[in-house]
Design a protein around this ligand. Structure first.
Ligand SMILES: [Zn+2]
Length: 140
């Protein structure tokens, strides 16, 4: 299977590698169909995520339906990962790492927590994963 380049960068995730799905050229990463323009009058799909952001040696585990907005309001050094899920998953993670909780939603970045986060880092940029989830909500 060859992977033809997209004529223009993907509208959702900005990547340029494509693949053919039946007769349709789609973004190889998120599945965006070339030529499809999201209808801005329609609500975007709501994708709940649990986010992991690092500030110094601490990690905040939180959840949001609008992570771009949310993260812009929290001081942090780095977005480490997204995990697809909402409040239930967030609470489960808070329980899982209760022993290293520093306060609020902040946890010490221990090797154990780092190893968990590493399993979520399937792509270099968590926003690519987010774009794929949005695309799935739009077209799949
Ligand atoms: Zn894409």
């Amino acid at each position: 299977m060859t992977s033809p380049p997209l004529p223009d960068p993907c509208l959702l995730c900005g990547r340029t590698d494509g693949r053919r799905l039946d007769a349709v050229l789609v973004c190889a990463w998120c599945g965006w169909r070339v030529g499809d323009v999201p209808d801005h009058d329609l609500p975007r799909p709501v994708i709940e995520v649990v986010y992991y952001i690092r500030y110094d040696r601490r990690v905040k585990i939180g959840t949001s339906r609008r992570p771009r907005q949310r993260l812009s309001s929290i001081r942090h050094d780095e977005l480490l990962a997204f995990e697809r899920g909402g409040r239930d998953l967030e609470q489960a993670r808070h329980r899982e790492f209760a022993a290293i909780r520093e306060g609020g939603e902040w946890f010490t970045l221990t090797p154990q927590l780092g190893a968990h986060i590493a399993t979520l880092q399937t792509v270099p940029d968590p926003w690519q994963l987010h774009a794929r989830w949005i695309a799935e909500g739009l077209w799949m």
